[in-house]
Design a protein around this ligand. Structure first.
Ligand SMILES: [Zn+2]
Length: 383
């Protein structure tokens, strides 16, 4: 049983990040793990984070959705969690997958404001209306996870709908996220590299691209490390990024980021770190057709360049058209600029394009991040 719980927690680990391009909502972990009415279980359970991520995934009709979790430091020693759960949260903290703070205060809403994403919380944040008017004015920007049939449902505080709404990054967010930042504290998990933290950098389990750096907090208008309260130094422009997505059989399986400094390989089982592995989602025929390394995607002066590196070739779908006559062959070793709305098709039904232009196109239900959870861990209300 313990082993299975660990597998669930590993799956949830893949769904937390502080990457401004990939996080789709912000959550306060200390709050979410205490939504006891969701499953009627223990006072605190890390599995509830998975249930809330599932609810978001269902609403966005996308698999692999990631959230930005802010963690109160007291949680690292919270006796209501199992020792295994505390260990997992500590690991996430060390790897900078979550943001750990002595006093989260209004940071959850600040991150949502900077990134332009919704907050998942039962709190109303009335005290923050002055600074962040959207909290009280824009429907779908703050949603409460509440018990529902088959897992939590989301209810918007404003407007009462159930659709999470993303906006544009705020002006402050756009400015902060155009630069890279360095924290003077050695080994800072969020803004590392400062203060001679070389030894710590070597210990880091996760190599992070500067393009994926968390947003600083603003204190008196000064970019500050939310963890250490130290003033951050400007480390130059942040590499440009483009968010792409993989859609298979009509369902968006995951998003990924291509930056100017980091090309991405997509294929059945790409070599090296950071590749997008499709193998687990493909049927036998598609698995035979699609090469281990099939496509290379890169960003050059703002344009997405796709290069076929496969044995069998790919096709471009101009403007996203799926009509057979519209397919333009992309032969092995050929490159092409991916124009607006274009998708590249590795095999019929296996597509890559810009995330915003590649919605899930049918009534598909995303797989649960909790799929591996033993039933005892989640006594969900029956539909
Ligand atoms: Zn720091």
């Amino acid at each position: 049983m313990r082993f299975e719980i660990s597998k669930v927690l590993d799956a949830i680990e893949g769904r937390v990040c502080t990457d401004p391009s990939l996080a789709r909502a912000v959550v306060d972990l200390a709050e979410v793990i205490r939504y006891q009415d969701i499953d009627g279980g223990r006072p605190a359970s890390l599995l509830r984070l998975g249930m809330v991520i599932d609810a978001l995934s269902r609403q966005l009709e996308e698999d692999g959705v990631q959230v930005y979790a802010v963690v109160h430091r007291a949680l690292l020693s919270d006796a209501d969690l199992t020792s295994n759960e505390r260990m997992v949260i500590r690991r996430w903290a060390d790897d900078g997958l979550v943001e750990v703070l002595d006093n989260p205060g209004d940071r959850i809403v600040e991150v949502a404001d900077l990134l332009g994403v919704p907050v998942l919380s039962r709190r109303r944040f009335d005290g923050l209306r002055g600074r962040f008017p959207w909290v009280a004015e824009e429907p779908g920007r703050v949603l409460a996870p509440v018990p529902g049939a088959g897992g939590p449902a989301l209810v918007a505080h404003v407007g009462g709908g159930d659709k999470p709404v993303s906006g544009a990054r705020s002006a402050a967010g756009a400015k902060l996220l155009a630069r890279q930042w360095r924290c003077p504290e050695a080994g800072c998990a969020l803004f590392g590299g400062g203060g001679g933290g070389g030894a710590f950098a070597d210990l880091a389990r996760v190599q992070r691209s500067p393009a994926a750096q968390a947003p600083p907090t603003l204190r008196g208008g000064v970019p500050t490390c939310p963890r250490h309260g130290s003033r951050l130094s400007d480390a130059g422009p942040r590499p440009r990024t483009e968010v792409l997505a993989v859609r298979i059989g009509g369902l968006v399986r995951r998003r990924f980021v291509v930056s100017e400094e980091q090309p991405v390989l997509v294929g059945r089982a790409p070599e090296g770190d950071g590749g997008i592995m499709l193998g687990q989602w493909l049927n036998d025929e598609a698995r035979r057709w699609i090469s281990r390394n099939h496509l290379r995607l890169e960003l050059r002066v703002g344009e997405v360049i796709v290069t076929d590196i496969s044995t069998n070739g790919s096709g471009i779908r101009p403007g996203g058209s799926l009509a057979e006559g519209d397919r333009i062959a992309l032969a092995p070793k050929q490159s092409r600029v991916l124009a607006e709305n274009d998708m590249v098709e590795l095999y019929p039904g296996v597509q890559v394009g810009r995330a915003e232009e590649l919605p899930t196109d049918a009534t598909f239900t995303p797989a649960s991040v909790m799929a591996e959870a033993p039933t005892m861990a989640m006594r969900l209300p029956r539909p």
